[in-house]
Design a protein around this ligand. Structure first.
Ligand SMILES: NC(=O)c1ccc[n+]([C@@H]2O[C@H](COP(=O)([O-])OP(=O)(O)OC[C@H]3O[C@@H](n4cnc5c(N)ncnc54)[C@H](OP(=O)(O)O)[C@@H]3O)[C@@H](O)[C@H]2O)c1
Length: 297
C-alpha cells in the first residue's frame, strides 16, 4: 500500500474525527481506533462521506484495557506491515466524575486510558512504525496544564488510591505524564527515523449534550459561555494533520506543539530528565504488573 497508514484513537468524535476526515482527504489510509462499534460505525460513515475517501476503516480498541490494546495490536500486525502515523487522541475527562472508577483490569480509568494505554500501544506497534519510511507518534496533551505549572505526577499514587480523588487533577496528571513520555520516547527512538511529538490542545468545542449528558444546567450554561472562546475541532485537527503528514516536520522530534509550527515549552518539572526517568519507571512498572492487583509498588 502506497498510502500513509494512520491510526487515530478515539476518532469517533471531536478532534479525532475531524483529523480522520482531513488525513483521509489528504490521501492517507485512516484506521479509526474506537471502543464502541455503533458509535465507531456511525463516525466511519460520516468520515468516508465528508472526506470522499473509502480508505478509512474502523478497528475496535478500548484504550483503558491492556487486553483490548493487545488484541488490537495483534489484529493490526496481522493486516499491515508498516505504520506511518499513530495519534494517541483518545482520552477521558468527565467533569461530573466525583468518585474513582476502576477498569475491569483494576486500573484507575483516567491513568489507564490517557497515559498507560498510549504507552502500551506505541510499544506494541514500534516495529511497524520503524518499518515506515518515517514513522510518527503523536501524543495529545492540554493547554489547561499552564494553569498548573507546579503539577507533578504522584509517583507513589498516580491512581489516587491513598489521596482524595479529583477528576481535574487526575486528568491533568495524565496529560503531564503524556508530555514527559513523549520526550522519553523521542530520546529512545533517537537512532531511528521514528519521531515523537506532543500537541498542546487548546479550548476546543465539544458537543456537551452528547458527550456529557450528566452535566448540570448551570454547567451547560457555563460551558456555552466558555465555548465562545473555543476553536472548532476542525481547526484544532489541522495541527494533528500537519504534524502527521507534513514534510516540514519529518526530522523534528521530542517537541511540544501548539498551533502549527509553533513549538512551546512544557513545565520545568516535565522537562527534567530525572523526573522523566522516574515517571517512566513507574509507568513501565504499571504495565508489567499483573492486571487487577492495584499499585505496582
Ligand atoms: N476539547 C478540549 O477543549 C480539549 C482540551 C485539551 C485537550 N483535549 C484533548 O483532545 C483530545 C480529543 O478530545 P475531544 O475534545 O475531541 O473530545 P471527545 O470528543 O470527547 O473525544 C474523545 C474520544 O476519546 C474516546 N475514548 C475515550 N475513552 C476511550 C477508550 N477507553 N478507548 C477508546 N477511545 C476512548 C471517545 O470515545 P467514546 O465516544 O467511546 O467515549 C472519544 O471518541 C483528548 O485527548 C482530549 O484530552 C481536548
Amino acid at each position: 500500500m502506497n498510502k500513509k497508514i494512520c491510526v487515530i484513537t478515539g476518532a469517533n468524535s471531536g478532534i479525532g474525527k475531524a483529523a480522520a476526515v482531513q488525513i483521509a482527504q489528504a490521501g492517507g489510509h485512516v484506521i479509526m481506533a474506537c471502543r464502541n462499534q455503533a458509535r465507531g460505525a456511525a463516525a466511519l460513515r460520516e468520515v468516508r462521506a465528508q472526506s470522499g475517501s473509502e480508505a478509512v476503516e474502523l478497528m475496535l480498541v478500548d484504550m483503558s484495557l491492556q487486553s483490548s490494546i493487545r488484541a488490537f495490536a495483534a489484529d493490526f500486525l496481522a493486516r499491515y506491515d508498516k505504520l506511518d502515523v499513530l495519534i494517541h487522541n483518545a482520552a477521558v475527562f468527565d467533569v461530573t466524575q466525583k468518585q474513582l472508577v476502576f477498569t475491569a483490569e483494576g486500573r484507575e480509568t483516567i491513568w489507564a486510558t490517557n497515559h498507560l494505554g498510549p504507552v502500551l500501544l506505541t510499544d506494541l506497534l514500534l516495529e511497524p512504525l520503524k518499518r515506515s519510511e518515517q514513522g510518527r507518534v503523536i501524543t495529545i496533551s492540554s493547554k489547561g496544564l499552564v494553569m498548573f505549572p507546579f503539577l507533578k505526577v504522584d509517583l507513589a499514587d498516580p491512581e489516587f488510591r491513598r489521596r482524595k480523588f479529583s477528576v481535574t487533577k487526575a486528568y491533568y496528571q495524565s496529560k503531564l505524564a503524556q508530555v514527559m513520555y513523549t520526550y522519553w520516547l523521542a530520546e529512545k527512538l533517537g537512532d531511528t527515523a521514528v519521531t515523537a511529538n506532543a500537541i498542546r490542545v487548546t479550548n476546543v468545542k465539544i458537543d456537551i449534550d452528547s458527550r456529557y449528558p450528566n452535566v448540570s444546567r448551570i454547567g451547560r450554561f457555563m460551558y456555552r459561555i466558555k465555548s465562545r472562546f473555543s476553536i472548532s475541532p476542525e481547526k484544532m485537527a489541522e495541527t494533528y494533520t500537519w504534524l502527521a503528514l507534513s514534510d516540514e516536520v519529518s526530522q523534528v522530534t521530542g517537541k511540544y506543539f501548539d498551533d502549527p509550527a509553533h513549538i512551546v515549552n512544557s513545565s520545568k518539572y516535565s522537562r527534567d530528565k530525572e523526573n522523566i526517568a522516574q515517571v517512566m519507571q513507574v509507568t513501565l512498572d504499571y504495565l508489567q504488573a499483573p492486571a487487577g492487583d492495584g499499585s505496582p509498588a
